[in-house]
Write a protein that binds this ligand. Structure first.
Ligand code: ADP
Length: 322
């Protein structure tokens, strides 16, 4: 390729910047020109892009969010709009597109490739770690650590006031953040979408630990689940059963902040590998991690299958935390 383009799309994640940097620096080292597309697919269909130099990605490795900005672009779900997007890339002589984003963004990339033949490579950037075919996603480690820091603080007040807190963490349909944060925070309970919630059982357990004098306070980590409002509803149901939990929804603080060392290394490696795969003629794949090594995964699989929570991790977590 003479030229490629790169974008970030969908929910932002800490580590997207080192991924951009990795792609740009690796491509330039091969003599490939890189266009940075602003605001994901919205910027692509508006032809909003400019070339990136080595200096364009200086001093961004430590910054959260994405310097290319991100967006949700409903129009890109229309095949006619994707055809027009391919035209824009061709007109500029851009031979391939690298998309950093979650499953929605990767779906868009796959469809673009299938329908127009533009080579695409996906990089999994989402705090939720809910993408099939990869053990890890850019932003997950940082989000777990950010939520953990918040919960450590909540525990101070929970202990002092002898209260139970329901702390809601992100993750959409995946309990991955909740399991990891819950274990690391020493939560008394972890509730994940992969397992049914039994309100009566939770209530009687809270009551029993209070009677035993061992559990006057505690942290219950709740994964947000696919539909909003779960934690507030759960608190209401527990109140009806005579409990008095406080609710803390961590929300968007989990998406921000400087990427952890782990995420910076992961993102840099994935960015560099994306370029290597492109140069080797790969397309319609995502860069993933298996057994700690970087691998390529067909985007078709990424989109078709749902990633489940690691059953052994769930087992071990529930053995300790209920
Ligand atoms: P994420 O990438 O974080 O999962 P979204 O699901 O919001 O975030 O997807 C980001 C963008 O990817 C969407 O705004 C849209 O432009 C594109 N996209 C999502 N799903 C599809 C789809 N089925 N077909 C084409 N494009 C899609």
């Amino acid at each position: 390729f003479d030229s490629i383009a790169i974008m970030t799309s969908g929910g932002d994640a800490p580590g997207m910047n080192p991924a951009i940097r990795g792609v740009v620096r690796a491509a330039l080292s091969q003599g490939i020109k890189v266009y940075g597309i602003q605001r994901g697919y919205s910027g692509l269909i508006a032809d909003d892009m400019s070339t990136l130099q080595s200096g364009s990605v200086s001093n961004i490795v430590q910054r959260g969010g994405t310097v290319l900005k991100t967006d949700r672009c409903t129009a890109f779900k229309d095949p006619a709009v994707r055809a027009a997007a391919a035209e824009i890339l061709r007109r500029r002589g851009i031979g391939a597109l690298v998309v950093i984003g979650g499953d929605g963004s990767l779906t868009g990339a796959h469809l673009l490739q299938q329908e127009t033949g533009i080579p695409v490579i996906g990089i999994p950037g989402t705090i939720d770690n809910d993408i099939f075919g990869t053990e890890d996603t850019i932003g997950f480690d940082t989000a777990v650590n950010t939520a953990l820091e918040a919960i450590d603080r909540i525990r101070d007040t929970a202990t002092s006031h002898e209260r139970h807190f329901l702390v809601e963490v992100m993750g959409r349909a995946s309990g991955s953040i909740a399991i990891n944060v819950g274990m690391a925070a020493g939560a008394e309970m972890i509730l994940v979408p992969e397992r049914a919630i039994d309100v009566a059982a939770i209530s009687s357990e809270l009551a029993a630990s209070r009677r035993a004098g061992t559990g006057s306070s505690g942290i219950i980590v709740v994964a947000e689940g696919p539909t909003p409002g779960l934690t507030s509803r759960l608190a209401e149901q527990l109140r009806e059963q005579g409990q008095d939990p406080r609710v803390c929804i961590l929300g968007h603080i989990q998406r921000g902040g400087s990427p952890s060392g782990h995420d910076r290394v992961l993102a840099t490696c994935m960015g560099a590998m994306a370029v290597r795969y492109l140069c080797a003629g790969y397309s319609d794949i995502m860069v993933g991690v298996r057994d700690g090594s970087i691998i390529d995964v067909p985007l078709d699989d990424v989109i078709r299958f749902r990633k489940g929570l690691d059953p052994s991790l769930l087992d071990m977590a529930l053995q300790v935390h209920r």
